[in-house]
Every structure is written in structure tokens, then in C-alpha cells.
Design a protein around this ligand. Sequence first.
Ligand code: EPZ
Length: 422
Amino acid sequence: MDKLLIRGGRPLHGEVLISGAKNAALPELCAALLSAQPVTLHNVPRLQDVATMLKLIRNMGVTAERDDNGTVTLNAGALNNPEAPYELVKTMRASVLALGPLLARFGHAKVSLPGGCAIGSRPVDQHIKGLQAMGAVITVENGYMNASLPEGWKRLKGAHITTDMVTVTGTENFLMAAALAEGETVLENAAMEPEITDLAEMLIKMGARISGHGTSRITIEGVEALHGCEHAVVADRIEAGTFLCAVAATGGEAFLRHGRADHLSAVIDKLLEAGAQVQTEEGGIRVRSQGRLKAQSFRTTEYPGFPTDMQAQFMALNLVAEGPSMVTETIFENRFMHVNEMMRLGARITTDGRVATVEGGAPLSGATVMATDLRASASLVIAGLVAKGETLVDRIYHLDRGYDRMEAKLRGLGADIERVSQ
Ligand code: EPZ
């Protein structure tokens, strides 16, 4: 099992390339299932989750070729097995994104329930509710969702869908299903993340008729069929935010090429309040910090609020900033697993339900810590970059799921970090 060995205390300097967004690439690979014509995706990040998704759709009969500079060409023309089996779905919850496209194009699909994951139970009841509103007949048995159309139906039918809470992949499933449904679908309470907007723009290139994406009310006019397209995956705002926190926490200066400051305003506002300098420049974001910052309280909410996927990383910054801070996690019920590991580095944090109280300024010293989920592992890397001495981050397969060669990028910024294999 690979680990990351970090020797902390070095400021970060230089330029880093921000990759395509994991949480846009995954739904966009599924969007290719909607068409019998070839789809080309550029700027696809090199991640374990992308490799898993390619395995999943190849298993359905889709041809998918990936070249060395992030371009994936897909052809779902010969797709003959609209199934997502448990052994693939259990490692990646985003496999549920195959459900909407398969049902919309083939009229039936069999997708394993994703099961929970470290940060929470992660149900898919809203996905099921919305697709049922479009006419889908969905039974759940033996851990699988079996979806089909009512007798005599050729296509799903447009519907008015209001989910009980904002769901990112739920909104994405509905967008893809509605694109081929008969009639109009209106999504109220839709997610507004930039990855939703990017998916909608790709679907529009395929011939879908969508408006309102990026707002909480999206309207889709279904069409009979979608053609192929060429699309470049939007830059990863969470990877960019992670690097912003790493540079701010260690001190130094860096340029994040392709970073989109307009997708990170809630995080950048907090970094500016903390005393870091962050500005948009041609082609990216520049961040500068002397390292001594003022800790910032924040609460995670849906976009455009402070992203839950940045909670652990900003907490790592708060550890080394001055003063107390309160971090409130409103999206997931169990997203503080990084706290115990941070305490092994000397952090002083108490948690009460969804609120963590961080005492800033505690001197951190290196230790062996264990990654528990994707963003927690990134936060431990940031803490290790600041801690005195050596930090060994174990179970970094979590990191590899969602970050494209992070240690190489950090080494490029001057960090003393290397991957060691057991
Ligand atoms: C997406 O997950 C992201 N994953 C997550 O990123 C991200 O943390 C999350 O959105 C919130 O922004 C991908 O896009 C692949 P939700 P998703 O449905 O869609 C509850 C990362 O680190 N809910 O928006 O699964 C749910 O339990 C990952 O890259 C239901 O109850 O999240 C949660 O409390 C982690 N029933 C809340 O809604 C449902 O049917 C928001 O979940 C669906 C969701």
C-alpha cells in the first residue's frame, strides 16, 4: 500500500497546472452513453475514479480510448449491457450516474446501490424519486436498482422534479435522463455547482435543449436522439482550492494555471480574510502568503457557498493560523474523520456533532497518519507540509481517487514529498 513521506517546513513557490475536474469528468463520461455517435472529452484528469468509470462503461460495451494528454474518445454505439455491477460500483459511488443515461436511451438499466462511504450513508432515494416522476419503474432488490419503463412506453416523460435537498449527482442524473425524455422537465432546487453547468454545456453540444443551468431552476426540453460532440472538462475548483490552502498554510507564492477564481469565491473570500493575497491573473490564480494567517470560521453549504469538499483542507490551514475557529459541516453527517489524525500531529480540535472547534497556532510535529477519505487525505498532506519533521500519510489510495499526481505537483512547488511503497 503506497504512502506519502513528507518533510514539512518548506514554503511553496512556482507554478502548478490545475487538471480537469473529477466531478465534471465522471458525469460527462456517463453523458456519452446517451448517444450512438462518438464523443471526445479533453482535459480528462488522470485519476483512479476516472479509470474505474472507464472500466464500468467498457464493461457495458462502450469503446473508450485514452491518449497521453488527457483526451478520451468514447463510442457507445454498440453498448449492449446496460448494467453497473456491484464490484465496480462499491468502489465509486458516482457509478449511480449511469442510471439516468441508460434508462433514457435503452429504457432499462440495472445499477448496483452504491452503499455508504466514509463520510456518510450517501443514499440515492432522491435519484429514484426523480426518475420515478419521469415514469421510471424502479425496484430495489439484492442490492440492485432495476429500472425500466411502463408497458408500452418508448421513452421517459418530462416531469416537474423538486428534490427534498440539493443533490449534485441527483441533478446530473435528471439532466441526462430529461435530455431524451418526451416533453419538458423542470428541476426545482437544482444543484448550481460549476460541474452541473459544464455537464449541461456538453449536453447542449450533443443537441440537448437546456436552460437555467447554474441556477436552482433548470428546464430541459427532451429530444429524440443526441449526436456526438467534442468537449473540454472544466478545471477542478477543488484541486485549485486545495493548492490555494497548501500555499497559504506553508507560506510562499504560486500561480495556479487554469485555476478558475470565479468558481472559488467563497474559499477565496476566507483566504483574503485570513490575510493571504489571492488574485486572478491571465490564465489562472496567483496566491501569496507569509504563512502567519488569522484562522477563519466557516460553514459548508451548497454552491456558491463554502464547498464541503474544501472543509478538511481549510481546517488544515486553520491549524497553523492564529486564533480559534469554528468549522460547521452542514452537508454530510460524518465528515470530520481527519480531526483525529490531525490531533496526532499536535492539533488541538474538539468536535460536537457537525461543529469542530479548532485552536489555532498549535506547533505541529510530524507523525504517521491515516487517510480515511479523499479530501481528508488532502488535508493531512497540507498539515504534513507545515508540520516539523517527517509525516507519513498512509492509505493514500484515497488521494489517488481524486487528485492527479498530487505529490509530483507539490514537488514541482518545492515541497519535500515522495511516494513510498510498502
Ligand atoms: C457530489 O456527491 C460530489 N461527488 C461530492 O464530492 C460532493 O461532496 C457532494 O456532491 C456535495 O457537494 C461527485 O460529484 C461525484 P449530494 P453527491 O447528492 O452527489 C444527501 C468529492 O470529494 N442525499 O449533493 O453524492 C446526501 O447524503 C466528493 O469529490 C440524499 O439524502 O452528493 C448528502 O447529505 C465527496 N439522498 C446531501 O444530500 C439522495 O438521493 C448532498 O449530497 C442524494 C443525496
